[in-house]
Write a protein that binds this ligand. Structure first.
Ligand code: APR
Ligand code: PHB
Length: 389
């Protein structure tokens, strides 16, 4: 079998790249380890930067997000009962769109199937060969048979636990990691959101986040110990703790209900350099991870896909490799700014076990400076809506 681009991973990164390439007549085959339903069962964040919305439009897959997505012109930051808003539109002229990542992935799968583009599900043992040669190929098992696909390029969109990053020799890879001493306990509930914009809440008891998926599906998180498991938290205990961390005025309005999903996610910052080895290009979670605080995971995957798509487009349509050769540096320049913003927001809003009384005073002063300084709010707004590609 032969194709132009093999895309390993059928998550949002791989599917978005596949759809953009299809629009310009470049053939790609997506290899996905799981089933379509399994991929769509994952609960992920749902804040779309304007750059991602523009890419979805370019891919011809933005119709549903434009009708069902919620435009948010700002967000609330709170500390105990004190709260203030960050006005994205005032500071940047832009907004973000609240639209679940699952829906982004669903729209991309439906577009891919409508286009008749090939996705091979439930593959096993994917291996990348000759990435540093001019004749790369990928082998994999499917239904007990061994397969091989020869190609021009390989896009490693297989997430943090995928095979692509591991294919780059350790002698050529530099990895940077920071883990955080807490997790996020998240629930989904079929209840109306407590507020029409997100509330990022810091408190003496720890961080909380009030988010949503639609007018009757809310997403809430509270910072929890890494030793916790979802079973340690009854719904009642979760709601009680959430109410203690958000401003009383919102807690009083909070509509609670049974959780339809409850899970704990650890927080990690991670980057691997470079994001290219020969004809293998890493995108999204395969190359970098951010703590969810700044909602940058999907949005940074999107900017990777933008840079790689531009490179592949230039190669196939103009015969130039300039943009492909610049891919890793260009992608990493934006990745590190997203890492910094996510790290900054995480440090600003969470309680750290080893914080001294002085550290707490510094954290409170940081929040107070953000509350009272227009320029500080502008900097946060520019990062939150998305830095330029
Ligand atoms: N072979 C084939 N597919 C694989 C392999 C493999 N060896 N390893 C992983 N996969 C698949 C996974 O099953 C998953 O569907 O690759 C896909 C990777 O998707 P994601 O992990 O969602 O990564 P990405 O597409 O880069 O999207 C980034 O996802 O994790 C969130 O916060 C992150 O929002 C961000 C987004
Ligand atoms: C979510 O809605 O799941 C969400 C929103 C904003 C974040 C993280 C998660 O920063």
């Amino acid at each position: 079998m032969r194709t132009q681009v093999v895309i390993i991973g059928g998550g949002p990164s791989g599917l978005l790249l596949g759809q953009l390439l299809h629009k310009i007549g470049v053939e790609a085959v997506v290899l996905e380890r799981k089933t379509r339903d399994y991929v769509l069962s994952r609960i992920r964040a749902g804040i779309l930067e304007t750059g991602l919305v523009d890419l979805m439009r370019e891919a011809g897959v933005a119709e549903r997000l434009e009708t069902e997505g919620f435009i948010h012109d700002g967000t609330i930051i709170s500390y105990g009962d004190l709260e203030f808003s960050i006005d994205f539109r005032k500071h940047t002229g832009r907004s973000v769109v609240v639209y679940g990542q699952t829906e982004v992935t669903r729209d991309l799968y439906e577009a891919r199937e409508a286009a008749g583009a090939e996705t091979i599900f439930e593959v096993d043992g994917v291996e990348i060969h000759g990435a540093d040669s001019d004749a790369p190929y990928v082998t994999f098992e499917k239904d007990g048979n061994e397969h091989r696909i020869d190609c021009d390029f390989i896009a490693g969109c297989d997430g943090f636990h995928g095979v692509s990053r591991q294919t780059i020799p350790l002698t050529l890879r530099r990895e940077y990691e920071k883990t955080y001493p807490f997790g996020w306990l998240g629930i989904l509930s079929e209840t109306p959101p407590v507020n029409d914009e997100l509330i990022y809440a810091a408190s003496e008891r720890g961080f909380a986040l009030c988010s949503m998926r639609n007018a009757n599906l809310s997403r809430y998180y509270i910072q929890c110990a890494l030793s916790d498991s979802p079973e340690d938290w009854t719904d009642a205990a979760f709601w009680q703790e959430l109410k203690r961390r958000i401003p009383a005025a919102h807690a009083e309005k909070l509509v609670t209900g049974p959780s339809i999903e409850k899970s704990i996610a650890p927080l990690r910052s991670f980057v691997t350099e470079p994001m290219r080895w020969g004809r293998l290009f890493l995108c999204g979670d395969a190359a970098h991870i951010v703590p969810p605080t700044g909602a940058k995971g999907l949005n940074t995957a999107a900017s990777d896909i933008h840079y790689l798509y531009q490179g592949l487009r230039q190669h196939y349509l103009d015969g130039s490799t300039e943009a492909l050769d610049a891919y890793s540096d260009r992608a990493l320049a934006r990745v590190w700014k997203a890492e910094r913003f996510s790290w900054w927001m995480t440090n600003l809003l969470h309680r750290f076990p080893d914080q001294s009384a002085f550290d707490l005073k510094m954290q409170k002063a940081d929040i107070d400076f953000l509350r009272s300084n227009d320029d500080a709010q502008s900097v946060m707004a520019q990062n939150y809506v998305g830095l330029p590609y």
